[in-house]
Design a protein around this ligand. Structure first.
Ligand code: G3P
Ligand code: MG
Length: 241
């Protein structure tokens, strides 16, 4: 069975990377969530996609220039009409909630544009404190960052993110001891997915948002999909059970 990872929570139906989006992923029947992390001024791991707060909140400026308390004072923008005040979550809040369910968590380290001091050490320490090693997958477009995580905690799976057409990505994945690859959907073919899986590498393409692509990946038994629409994916997946 292909697993469903809810991208930034359930970004197609709820404000991305908020607790409300993660709760929706659970309600929708997803197997896991994908979220993005950056570091605040006071060294807290926070869940937000961009390096700045400009697009998704009422504030302006770089995440790294706000303390956690300041970040959590900002209002997260909502185009979906979700009730109540929406806040940027700290990763530890998401972990507290993960302890109440069995969901997997793909943590994408946003270290490709800004290098956050010790974000890998801090994230690994938090995963260990919550004993979530077996439920976390690290990914990043900065492959040095996930290799760093592997050196700190080889028991936690790492998976490189990439958006270009790599040649034999399973060979590369094995060379860095990754358990999976997270390719951009358009750079994968059924052949690449199947060969990677035959070579023991999990394949979780992003972002799989159309019914056609979901069906194609369910039919070939792709390891997982990362989607903004976990509810739709779950409805379609049921047809293949
Ligand atoms: O992890 C998959 C996907 O989230 C990577 O791209 O920009 O949505 O974080 P982005
Ligand atoms: Mg992401």
């Amino acid at each position: 069975m292909t697993f469903i990872f809810a991208h930034r929570g359930s970004a197609g139906t709820h404000p991305e990377n908020t607790m409300e989006a993660f709760l929706q992923a659970e309600r929708a029947g997803a197997d896991g969530i994908e979220l993005d992390v950056q570091l605040s001024k006071d060294g807290e791991i926070v869940v937000i996609h961009d390096e700045t707060v400009n697009r998704t909140t009422s504030g302006k400026g770089f995440v790294k220039d706000f303390t956690l308390a300041e970040l959590q004072n900002l209002d997260v923008r909502d185009r979906f009409g979700v009730a109540g005040k929406l806040r940027i979550p700290a990763l530890k809040e998401v972990f507290g909630w993960l302890k109440t369910n069995r969901l997997l968590c793909n943590i994408e380290l946003k270290t490709a544009k800004i290098s956050y001091p010790s974000i890998e050490e801090k994230t690994v320490a938090l995963i260990k404190a919550y004993q979530l090693e077996e439920r976390v997958i690290f990914s990043s477009f900065n492959h040095y960052s996930i290799i760093h995580c592997y050196r700190l905690a080889p028991e936690i799976e790492i998976a490189p993110l990439y958006s270009e057409m790599l040649f034999m990505p399973w060979v590369y994945a094995k060379s860095i001891r990754a358990g999976g690859i997270h390719p951009r959907l358009v750079t994968t073919s059924d052949q690449i997915i199947q060969t990677a899986m035959e070579n023991g590498i999990a394949v979780r393409p992003y972002t799989v948002n159309t019914e056609k692509d979901m069906r194609r990946l369910f039919e070939i038994g792709c390891t997982a999909i990362i989607t903004d629409y976990p509810e739709m994916a779950e409805r379609i997946r049921k047809e293949y059970e």
